[in-house]
Design a protein around this ligand. Structure first.
Ligand SMILES: Nc1ncnc2[nH]cnc12
Ligand SMILES: [Zn+2]
Length: 346
């Protein structure tokens, strides 16, 4: 579906990916293989039949399949393989820093222990860092359809990994589950656990969801956020404060947030001075890893190499990453600047 050619510039461009759900990186072939290995019933005859079902009408129609697919994850090895496969694939796309989401509640409810989930994801990160020299970290995601008590008890269960987790996010069905529902969970993550925070807002929900996320939760980033355009005051605020948006162009087309890529507002958001980053969200479900997302906006919306370079730069400056790592990545990125590298003072 997203078959724009990936230019040599995009292929070589160092980039950070900040919005990618590990469970959304499970390819249909992997889902069917793990279903067989773990004796989990998936009501599709083959990987091709499962992939053929990836035709969505809205966020919920996707989430139904996403929640089905993740049931094949049973053992520590499954979580390791899923994470390692994504990180190896991302390294091929020149992702130098990856911040990925996991939704522990979806696994705890099926009787999987927190340690099985978290330890094995972190082990895959450690190995991928050695293999590819990449940096990155794990963001735990609240599933917003469950109540805040459930989110708070998940946070209690994550305390032993407090220093190895970088942030808290929230995903799941946005309508009917406003950001302020998780006020206490976000305060706990920030003050008690010392994590950075982000939330899916303004994907299907309106600009008011983005405002509420900023005011009630004081998040550091907004995931998606594309519907902020409906509120000019909010647009000005976002431009002034530089709060990053992790935009996922292919996801937005697949979930019908916009009818097609030409109609996507990412260029307008960028030109309005917002800090925009490009990400894949759930690459196996939406037909594109991060480079396909860069290529899609280049082709449909005429992003120049210089503009794509700026989006890649935003991805590093928006990351929840230590200053020394960021400086190292930015130095490497500088060498790919169209028209030549900037001087250290620039
Ligand atoms: N695009 C998305 N929106 C909300 N929740 C999600 N979980 C995985 N992908 C998601
Ligand atoms: Zn997402």
């Amino acid at each position: 579906m997203f078959d724009a050619p990936i230019s040599p510039f995009i292929a070589a461009l160092p980039k950070a990916e900040l919005h990618m759900h590990l469970e959304g990186s499970l390819e249909p072939e992997t889902i069917m293989r793990l279903a067989g290995r773990n004796n989990v019933r998936i009501p599709y005859a083959s990987a091709e039949a499962l992939r053929a079902a990836y035709s969505f009408t809205d966020l919920q129609s996707f989430l139904d399949l996403f929640y089905l697919g993740l049931t094949v994850l049973q053992t520590g090895e499954d979580f390791y393989e899923m994470t390692r496969a994504y990180l190896d694939r991302a390294a091929q796309d020149r992702v130098r820093h990856a911040e990925v989401f996991i939704s522990p509640q979806g696994h705890l409810r099926r009787g999987i222990a927190m340690g099985t989930v978290i330890d094995n994801i972190l082990r895959a990160f450690d190995d991928a860092k050695c293999a590819h020299g990449m940096t990155g970290g794990l963001i735990v995601g609240i599933q917003r359809q469950f109540d805040e008590e459930d989110a708070l008890s998940m946070l209690d269960g994550l305390r032993p990994w407090r220093d190895r987790i970088i942030g808290l996010g929230t995903g799941g069905p946005e309508m009917g589950n406003r950001p302020a529902k998780f006020r206490r969970a976000y305060a706990k993550a920030r003050h008690d656990l010392g994590w950075r925070t982000t939330i899916h807002a303004g994907e299907e929900g309106g600009a008011d969801f983005v405002c509420e996320a900023l005011d009630a939760l004081q998040v550091d980033r907004i995931d998606h956020g594309v519907r902020c355009e409906a509120d000019p005051d909010l647009m000005r605020r976002m431009a002034e404060t530089g709060i990053p948006l992790t935009v996922c162009p292919c996801s937005n087309i697949m979930l019908r947030v916009f009818p097609d890529m030409q109609a996507h507002n990412i260029r307008r958001l960028h030109e309005a001075g917002l800090c925009i980053t490009v990400n894949s969200d759930d690459p196996s479900y939406f037909g594109g890893y991060v480079n396909e997302n860069y290529a899609a906006i280049q082709q449909a919306l005429n992003f120049s190499d210089a503009e794509l370079w700026q989006l890649a730069r935003n991805s590093f400056t928006s990351a929840f990453m230590a200053g020394a790592d960021r400086d190292r990545h930015l130095e490497e990125l500088d060498r790919h600047k169209p028209g030549g590298a900037t001087s250290p003072a620039a």
